[in-house]
Design a binder for this molecule. Structure first.
Ligand SMILES: Cc1cc2nc3c(=O)[nH]c(=O)nc-3n(C[C@H](O)[C@H](O)[C@H](O)COP(=O)(O)OP(=O)(O)OC[C@H]3O[C@@H](n4cnc5c(N)ncnc54)[C@H](O)[C@@H]3O)c2cc1C
Length: 417
């Protein structure tokens, strides 16, 4: 097809959601000319780096509770249309066998993200999708029912457009947020806040925890509002780093603190380093420990260096018997061990964020087709939508499910094949 021919469906962005949408659109109706455009020289940068190069494709238990952003019922509606079983089947049909690990995460049996990307591209090409890259799109307009897609490479008229440009995370992969400008230009609104999600958090320079880089321990991390009320908590590993905190516990809670802080600057993140002891029970547990020293009492559960730093912060000698502490000293130690306030000073930004929170509200889309309620003929899918998931394969599952719904929806609008 030359550039002067009209595409039936043009997909902007050939990432996870775009490739999935393209495949299902072309498969649903083989007469359609389906073109996927991507600005990147090398396709699928994000799929290739995902999951430490192994690509965590999905999770064996996916439900709307693992997501934030638009309403849970709306998210559920999309996830149900293309669930984990269908995802496994789709990949198997395209020679990508997946395995479940103990964590519940699914990876390709090859442990190579490349297998996943190759499978997706092969699938799309096998049903006749044309993938044009590098073709960065700079403008999308709509006139007389036809879209015009333009870039320095020329222009492409299209009857329908699927916007799958992703969010802003890992901008060097090509997802730099221009897609939001397209959505707005075509009449959509964006959530008031768009922030990094699954992003490491910063602590003030010289904070004692930053000396413990490399230590990882299972904690309960909790966000409390300015009045002390619990907003959300996660039980998972916290990784201490020279800049602050990372690991699944910090990543999962990051979008909540970034979303809460602007309106409630007094909101705090609290770490329970001994997650099986509730903060209210900690003082009693220390009393019960009797003559044991802090080092002996928690030595089997936390690394020595961490215990020393925590005791130093509570101004307590780690090798004095707990029974020697005054009541206020013991209470301070109890708080430090189970309700430690992390003075988060910022986040590492989109370069280190796995996903973007916020985007185009699902309320502006017809969830049966992911078609815009504002601009007929426009569909949206993937991370550009106001949906972000936890660590564990949930973000790709959103890309697969929403890409499927958008692809089938766009194809069906041409009548049944
Ligand atoms: C380091 C890292 C690791 C991750 N690991 C996992 C994981 O293991 N499991 C998981 O579930 N999720 C993971 N994620 C999240 C996951 O990668 C994203 O949620 C998912 O890729 C979103 O899919 P998408 O298709 O919406 O967007 P993207 O994958 O970002 O794709 C968007 C595409 O659009 C193209 N594009 C953007 N703008 C334009 C334009 N103007 N013109 C042309 N093309 C354009 C981009 O080049 C890109 O190819 C990870 C993310 C990162 C950054």
């Amino acid at each position: 097809m030359s550039h002067h021919e009209t595409a039936d469906i043009a997909i902007i962005g050939a990432g996870a959601a775009g490739l999935m949408a393209a495949y299902w659109a072309a498969r649903a109706n083989s007469r359609l000319r389906v073109v996927a455009l991507d600005g990147a020289t090398k396709l699928g940068a994000k799929i290739l780096v995902a999951g430490g190069g192994r690509c965590n494709v999905t999770h064996d238990e996916v439900d709307e509770g693992a997501y934030a952003g638009s309403t849970r019922p709306a998210i559920r509606k999309i996830l149900r249309r293309f669930d984990v079983a269908q995802t496994i089947e789709f990949f198997a049909e395209n020679d990508v066998d997946l395995k479940v690990e103990d964590s519940g995460k699914l990876f390709p049996v090859t442990d190579q993200a490349r297998t996943v990307l190759d499978g997706l591209v092969r699938a799309a090409e096998s049903v006749g999708v044309r993938i044009w890259h590098p073709r960065r799109v700079e403008h999308i307009t709509r006139e007389d029912g036809l879209f015009s897609i333009r870039g320095s490479w020329g222009d492409l008229p299209a009857r329908r457009v699927i916007l799958a440009t992703g969010g802003k995370s890992l901008p060097k992969s090509g997802s730099d947020g221009l897609g939001y400008t397209f959505a707005q230009g075509l009449g959509h609104s964006l959530t008031p806040r768009i922030t990094p999600s699954l992003v490491p958090l910063l602590l003030p320079k010289d904070h004692p925890l930053t000396t413990l880089s490399g230590i990882s321990t299972v904690v309960r991390i909790a966000l409390h509002d300015g009045r002390g009320k619990l907003i959300v908590s996660f039980d998972d590993s916290l990784l201490l780093a020279h800049f602050g905190v990372s690991g699944p516990a910090a990543l999962d809670i990051s979008r909540y603190i970034l979303d809460t802080r602007p309106d409630d600057p007094a909101a705090t993140l609290r770490v329970n380093w001994l997650p099986d002891i509730a903060p209210e029970q900690a003082d009693a547990a220390l009393v019960e420990a009797g003559k044991l020293t802090p080092m002996r009492w928690i030595g089997e559960r936390l690394p020595d260096r961490l215990i020393r730093v925590l005791c130093a912060e509570a101004v307590i000698d780690p090798i004095v018997p707990l029974s020697n502490l005054t009541r206020p000293q013991r209470q301070t130690l109890a708080r430090t061990l189970t309700a430690y306030v992390l003075p988060v000073s910022g986040d590492r930004g989109y370069t280190y964020a796995e996903v973007t929170a916020g985007g185009v509200p699902l309320s502006e889309l017809d969830l049966k087709t992911m078609e815009s309620r504002v601009t007929p003929g426009l569909h949206l899918c993937g991370e550009i939508c106001d949906v972000d998931g936890r660590i564990g394969g949930y973000n790709f599952q959103w890309a697969w499910s929403s890409g499927y719904v958008a692809g089938i929806g766009a194809a069906d609008s041409f009548g049944k094949a």
